[in-house]
Design a protein around this ligand. Sequence first.
Ligand code: SAM
Length: 240
Amino acid sequence: MTPNLAMQLTPIGIIHTPYKEKFAIPRQPGLVKEAVGEIHLHADFADPNAFRGIEEFSHLWLLFQFHQTVHRGWSPLVRPPRLGGNAKLGVFATRSTHRPNGIGLSVVENLGLAQKQGKTFLKVRGMDLMNGTPILDIKPYLPYADAIPGASGGFANQAPEPDMQVQYAAEVIPNLLQAEQRQPGITDLIKQVLAQDPRPAYKKKQQDIQEFGMHLGEFNIRWQVKSGQSLVTQIIATNS
Ligand code: SAM
């Protein structure tokens, strides 16, 4: 009989990221390098002593809860979007969100500790986490142990090619310039997110002109996909 070792986990903080909804979040860290996040620590874990020495590590592992999907439970078989959404693989052979305990694992660039309004937070770059994700733990990335040259990556052996061309429609350029003042780097962020082609697999098979929208950072963005190209058609500032 399996002993009952049920644990209660206490998040150490939550991460603020530009990804305000699940749609269009990159599938792994490092694919959208322009995305910067802030891990805001809960009071019990905001002790600077707990971070002493962290500045010596260029990269960190984040363990987190897939808080938007954890209530759906897990399935032994899942359909990795990378395989077109039809082929099924065992959950433990994938990085699917639908897993027992709903725990995610991402390596991110360490931009260091900072302070805002007297509160300590840790700045990171390149994450694939939704805004508001509870962070369970932070560990340094150890190149000698964590990078394995020649390792086999199964169906995800290669990084996905950012193969979507992205352009801004002439009429959004004034909005884009204003957006860049409000959120520096947003021009590249939008481009890098859309270059990953976040459309669901079934949409990629269709040839018609398609319209999409996402809430990214402080903006609602709309774009059209036509003949393998994305054209950003609207950038509207939001209040968040
Ligand atoms: N790198 C992590 C891992 O391997 O455990 C996450 C990989 S998972 C395939 C990445 C996807 O998780 C993102 O594209 C997004 O759709 C989803 N995601 C990110 N944050 C989430 C959250 N807090 N709750 C549920 N899903 C989330």
